[in-house]
Design a protein around this ligand. Structure first.
Ligand code: 26V
Length: 834
């Protein structure tokens, strides 16, 4: 065993508390090594020579956290002192990804930590790989919340992220015989050094029961009282979010549900042992597990409980802090700006009304003014089936007081609409907060729009479609309420952490200004005709591919060819994202190679990754299709050196960090008008991948920035899709017109690609030929054309490197710093030049 400590024990100064250590020393390699050894003894409780990599990760995490905490305290003190306006970002998901290396990067201690690890004979990357990823989100919406927390702190916007502390995050995905198998995610199994319980913030949230009214003896006004059936305790866990090199730290406050009295001794003493813990179990179910986006009937009630639970805890917490600062409740909206990340927390509008009217005894009109001034609503989807609606019976039985409040909001709102649009009964019905087609429902998007001062979409096209279509009636009623904020991603995680060699190269030629001003990457354009630099660019890209290759060799025992084009599609698996279009194109290439038509194809590696919602059978079949195609082309001697198809299991933030830097071609092939924005496209772009894509979501703006000559465009546009839908789309017409598509679909139907199995893909073939909701058949030929163009240009490595460099150079707009600046300016009214 190595004497890792070099015989040095923690010094007296070090062990006697942080104040004794000079700040400089605190961040030096020596300071870090000593702190590491101290945590190994005192926090982990092991002699360093008996420690394993997990112990070492934990000791390192604790010492990094100590350094974040020092900045946290000064940040909180300065917020209180200056009585700043605070942004509260309410989100059911925060997909943070691993903390350790991110915190080190932001504190600026990575080099020191590496040096300390060297001296201890550890590898920092190996130790960081031990960190379980907090997977508290499904995909883009949750990851966006995490990028925004990073940018808000970096831009010194006082902010709190509020959400749920799920005991089980997104499932771990295994691929068995080509099929997705789900495993539970036990991310808290060995504790979580990045969170701190905040006992002073505990809240109590009520459910069920009934309401009662009494008359105020003096005024004669009605007073409402909610008599709930049961109450659940919300315990706050805080995670510090460090800004980039600015000593600012914001807070992510996640709520855990606990029983009010976790153990009923009286019941226990009566001998009902199970009964004594039943309450505890039922309450804790609320924060037990992250919901997939396709939840079924039975999960509905629990999901509504989750939403109300975390939203109520969060608003009560704001009121508590507001009063703690002795601010008048009438000034609530001056202090707090609450952003609703989709409709999941939109019950907050009714909850704030309840708090203001029932508890604070403010009159309805004033309460409504405060509420509307407090909230902003961000919409993240145009898919009608994804707009949240709650069956009235479920809603009313869980939240009897809130349903009354919603009816009153609706009554007043519809009165206004009747005045504004006289006689237009159909419009009133569409706008009502209560849907009456079939079973009565509470329409959460309508509530969110009516109760917010601003509503925004997440990319230009999406915001336009909201106004023209999904929220048209509301736009006509309140045109000034609607705006756009195009999504962004943090370049700290997605460029600096993901690709250190690229970061070093950019620093070498541009300095470091781009770290917090991504538009500074434009400076790269000076090198666009510099053959020497382009060569460097290409070599760096090949090295990135080599690193991903090493990882895939280690984890999957598959060897990749780094000279081949890495063509990558990583994102949630969904019909509208069209992973099957990609797979069908590969089958097209296979057929053309087999027939001898394609001879000098540049070798390609197709990488896929992403999770399918557990009950989304079709999406699971799409994964099976990709895997089947992979097996086919990988086994055939004629294709195995030209085509490689790999489904990389368990896509996650950390896997994304490995994949984006290695991509040559970025697949952004959703049906036009369906992807609200997409953010993966931005991560690829920053890392120099060229996109092949439709005119959908943020693709449109990416193409605008990078220039049409640096983007492989294909497919129908959103208006063309709408037109086809109206005229009656017949996918079979496209099948009949395209010989290649026919060969592919016939082959799939006849089992040519699946060892004679004609059954597995029959539902997919049938759907694509008869329904094809997402226009896969219509876009197939044009996609193949764009793909072949990309393949040709890839063979001209200088031209490709030029395109790749321009993608990085022109990615400035897609930093989440730019998005947050826009939220501050147009929605939160926060002045950043204080
Ligand atoms: C929910 C559902 C539920 C019912 C079945 C189909 C379905 C499909 C999608 C969703 C997700 C809706 C919310 C969401 O995650 N939106 C994503 O938000 C990202 C951040 O703004 C954005 O980049 C993605 O385009 C958008 O899909």
């Amino acid at each position: 065993m190595q004497d890792a400590s070099h015989g040095q024990q923690p010094s007296e100064t070090e062990t006697s508390g942080t104040t004794a250590i000079a700040a400089q020393d605190n961040r030096s390699a020596d300071g870090i090594r000593l702190a590491f050894l101290r945590h190994m003894r005192r926090t982990i409780g092991k002699p360093v020579e008996f420690s394993n990599t997990l112990d070492q990760y934990r000791a390192m995490a604790h010492l990094v956290r100590d350094r974040v905490m020092d900045d946290w305290i000064t940040t909180v003190e300065s917020y209180v002192q200056h009585n700043v306006r605070v942004v509260c970002y309410l989100s059911a998901e925060f997909l943070l990804g691993p903390h350790l290396l991110n915190a080190m990067l932001n504190l600026g201690i990575t080099d020191s930590a590496e040096k300390a690890c060297d001296e201890l004979h550890y590898s920092l990357t190996q130790l960081a790989d031990e960190e379980p990823e907090p997977g508290l989100g499904n995909g883009g919406l949750g990851r966006l919340a995490a990028c925004y927390m990073d940018s808000m702190t970096t831009l010194e916007v006082p902010a709190v992220g509020y959400g749920l502390r799920y005991e089980f995050g997104i499932f771990r995905q295994e691929i068995r015989d080509g099929w997705q198998v789900e495993h539970s995610d036990k991310w808290l199994e060995y504790g979580n050094p990045w969170e701190i319980p905040a006992s002073e913030a505990t809240q109590h949230v009520s459910f069920g029961g009934h309401t009662e009214t009494t008359k105020d003896e003096k005024t004669g006004e009605l007073i409402w009282k909610w008599v709930p059936a049961f109450t659940v305790k919300g315990v706050a866990y805080d995670t510090p979010i460090p800004g980039y090199r600015n000593k600012q730290v914001n807070r992510l406050r996640l709520w855990k549900a606990e029983a009010e009295d976790s153990f009923d001794l009286e019941i226990f003493n009566r001998g009902d042992y199970m009964g004594a813990v039943r309450d505890k179990m039922e309450s804790e179910t609320i924060s037990k597990v992250l919901y997939p986006p396709d939840e079924t009937e039975q999960g509905k009630r629990l999901r509504l409980m989750q939403q109300y639970f975390f939203t109520s805890c969060s608003l009560q917490d704001m009121v508590r802090l507001h009063k703690l600062q002795k601010l008048p409740i009438e000034k609530f909206a001056d202090k707090w700006s609450v952003q609703l990340n989709d409709t999941h927390p939109s019950i907050g509008i009714a909850e704030l009304m309840r708090i203001l009217t029932d508890e604070e005894e403010i009159g309805w009109d004033e309460a409504w003014t405060i509420t509307q001034a407090t909230f902003g609503y961000t919409n993240h989807t145009l898919l009608p089936e994804a707009l949240e609606k709650w069956p009235l019976p479920i809603f009313a039985s869980l939240l009897p007081r809130h349903i009354e409040i919603i009816y009153e909001i609706n009554r007043r709102f519809l009165k206004d609409m009747q005045a504004k649009f006289p006689g237009d009964t159909a419009r009133w019905a569409r706008m009502s907060l209560i849907g009456e087609d079939g079973e009565k429902q509470v329409r959460m998007a309508n509530l969110a729009v009516v109760g917010s001062k601003m509503v925004n979409g997440v990319a230009k096209l999406h915001s336009e479609l909201l106004k023209e279509d999904t929220l048209k009636d509301f736009y006509e009623a309140f045109p000034n309420r609607f705006t756009n904020v195009t999504n962004g991603v943090t370049p700290r995680r997605w460029l600096m952490l993901a690709d250190p060699p690229l970061t070093a190269l950019l620093n070498e030629v541009l300095g470091t200004a781009w770290h917090t001003d991504l538009y500074a990457l434009r400076g790269l354009e000076d090198y666009v005709d510099d053959a020497g630099f382009l060569d460097k660019w290409r070599k760096r890209q090949e090295e990135s591919k080599g690193r991903l290759g090493d990882f895939i060799k280690r984890s999957m025992d598959v060897s990749l060819n780094p000279a081949s084009m890495f063509d990558v599609q990583v994102k949630r698996i969904h019909e509208y994202k069209r992973q099957h279009l990609n797979a069908l194109h590969i089958l097209g290439l296979y057929c053309r190679i087999k027939s001898g038509e394609l001879k000098d194809l540049p070798p390609r590696t197709f990488l896929f990754g992403g999770k399918a919602a557990p009950s989304y059978t079709y999406a699971k079949l799409m994964i099976k299709l990709v895997c089947t195609v992979g097996e086919l082309v990988g086994k055939d001697p004629q294709t195995k050196d030209l085509l490689r198809v790999l489904f990389v299991p368990d896509y996650s933030v950390s896997l994304g960090q490995r994949i984006y830097p290695a991509a040559d071609l970025s697949e952004q092939i959703s049906t036009a008008g369906k992807e609200a924005s997409g953010t993966g496209c931005m991560k690829f772009m920053m890392n120099g991948a060229v996109a092949i894509g439709t005119l959908d979501g943020a693709n449109i703006e990416i193409r605008e920035e990078v220039g049409e000559e640096n983007f492989f465009l294909f497919g129908l546009t959103a208006p063309q899709i709408a037109e086809k839908q109206k005229a009656g789309y017949r996918p079979r017409d496209f099948y009949e017109k395209s010989p290649l598509l026919r060969e592919v679909m016939d082959g799939l139907r006849d089992g040519r690609f699946s060892n004679g199995d004609r059954d597995t893909f029959a539902p997919l073939v049938r759907d694509l030929l008869e329904v094809d909701r997402y226009f896969v058949m219509a876009d197939f030929d044009d996609y193949a054309r764009a793909q072949s163009e990309a393949g040709k240009i890839f063979c001209d490595s200088k031209k490709w490197s030029r395109m790749s460099l321009l993608n990085t150079a022109r990615s400035g707009k897609f930093s989440s710093d730019r998005s947050i600046r826009e939220y501050c300016q147009n929605i939160w009214k926060i002045n950043l030049d204080r």
